[in-house]
Design a protein around this ligand. Structure first.
Ligand SMILES: *Cc1c(COP(=O)(O)O)cnc(C)c1O
Length: 393
């Protein structure tokens, strides 16, 4: 009999009912150190006083109104995002995939408005993850996302990641933009090289293409700067964000320059819930904290500490091959299947996320303290010591 929840997830035995700071608890009071953060969502941990108070006050004031009305709440958040970034304009969504959808539509309308509708394709990269909508799965070559959904639209051409020559060679008259994650998340926590991202920017400028960054996972302080691309010395024309920006309330956004958004006129896009006052209160609370330079400096210090401790631990356990990533978006590369080890880590009271390429994703709340780093590394070490690779793996 089919479960009441459509069985598209291999859900683990962990059933959290309460969160406090960096910990999750189940109904029996069992506790886990949460170094998954709802997959880079709970950037302020669980029950952060400022976040909770702001959201609670908004629930009591106004939760939702239609985008048919003026939105002082959206305007306030958009003004902050515009002031903090390359962008001139913002569209709010409910998720990362919808932010990508808006980014792709913005790119299409840009070329359409300029009389170049034939430039309908976008270059993307191997192992990319842009979400689960039909557009988003068309944008990747990951078979496990695409299987059973083909034929998919030919709107994307997928190229090897971090290979600038391949991107340059793929540009023809059908290409209108390039979509890339500065740090691939799902695909195995792979930061793009500076030469690659800077090269893509140059290619876009030289060929009249739009550079679209997917910072859904790596954005909002995760890598130690408000957005990851700041560390590459480039800016995009369009950027999709989500995950951390709502701190747990579902919200995403598509940010664009005035030039890139030239085709997004009345009637070209919309969303019923997108950017409702509850979501905007969550964004305000997150930005109040995460956009502060002193906070980001602390994130960088904690990230350096965590990475240093992981690097020290790695040689002690043959299962670990190395650590990669940027800031508090770290990937522990294993010499064996990461899914089974992530399950084993749960029995040690530590939550992480498996990624492709035998990588354990380490995505702690951005508010971790030194004690959480010590606890996580001790748990990783203990788990590696008593780990027995399953027969099948
Ligand atoms: C999670 C993610 C998405 C999709 O976000 P949803 O909110 O699940 O739709 C898109 N891009 C990247 C890089 C992501 O990590």
């Amino acid at each position: 009999m089919i479960p009441v929840l459509m069985p598209v997830y291999a859900r683990s035995e962990v059933a959290p009912v309460r969160g406090e700071g960096c910990y999750l608890y189940d109904a029996e009071g069992r506790r886990w150190l949460d170094f998954a953060s709802g997959i880079a969502v709970n950037c302020l941990g669980h029950g952060h006083p400022h976040f909770t108070a702001r959201v609670k006050a908004q629930v009591e004031t106004l939760i939702h109104v239609s985008n048919l009305y003026a939105s002082p709440q959206q305007e306030a958040v958009a003004r902050r995002l515009v002031a903090l970034t390359f962008a001139d304009t913002v569209f709010f969504t409910n998720s990362g995939a919808e932010a990508i959808e808006c980014a792709v539509k913005t790119c299409r309308r840009f070329h359409f408005a300029a009389g170049r509708a034939e430039r309908y394709r976008i270059l993307t990269f191997s192992n990319a993850f842009h979400g689960r909508t039909m557009t988003a799965i068309a944008a990747t070559d990951q078979a496990k996302l695409r299987d059973g959904f083909e034929p998919l639209p030919d709107w994307f051409r997928v190229l090897p990641f971090d290979d600038l020559a391949a991107a340059e060679a793929a540009i023809d008259d059908s290409i209108g933009g390039i979509l890339v994650e500065p740090v691939q998340g799902e695909g195995g926590v792979r930061p793009a090289s500076p030469a690659f991202l800077q090269g893509l920017r140059r290619l876009c400028d030289a060929h009249g293409l739009l550079l679209i960054l997917d910072e859904v996972q790596c954005g909002v302080g995760r890598t130690g700067t408000l957005f990851a691309h700041e560390q590459y010395g480039i800016t995009p024309d369009i950027m999709a964000i989500a995950k951390g920006i709502g701190g747990g309330v579902p919200v995403g956004a598509c940010l664009a320059t005035e030039r890139a958004a030239a085709g997004m006129t009345v009637g070209t896009h919309g969303s019923t819930y997108g950017g409702n006052p509850l979501a905007m209160a969550a964004c305000e609370a997150v930005l109040d904290i995460v956009a502060e330079p002193a906070f980001l400096e602390t994130v960088r210090a904690r990230a350096a500490r965590l990475r240093g401790e992981l690097e020290q631990m790695i040689p002690n356990h043959p299962i670990f091959e190395g650590v990669r990533g940027l800031g508090l978006m770290l990937g522990l590369k294993l010499r064996t299947d990461s899914r089974a080890f992530v399950a084993h880590l749960r029995t040690h009271g530590l939550l992480t996320v498996a990624a492709a390429d035998n990588v354990v994703r380490i995505l702690p709340p951005l508010v971790i303290e030194e004690e959480h780093i010590r606890e996580a590394v001790a748990k990783l070490s203990a788990a590696a010591a008593d780990y027995r690779v399953p027969e099948a793996a």
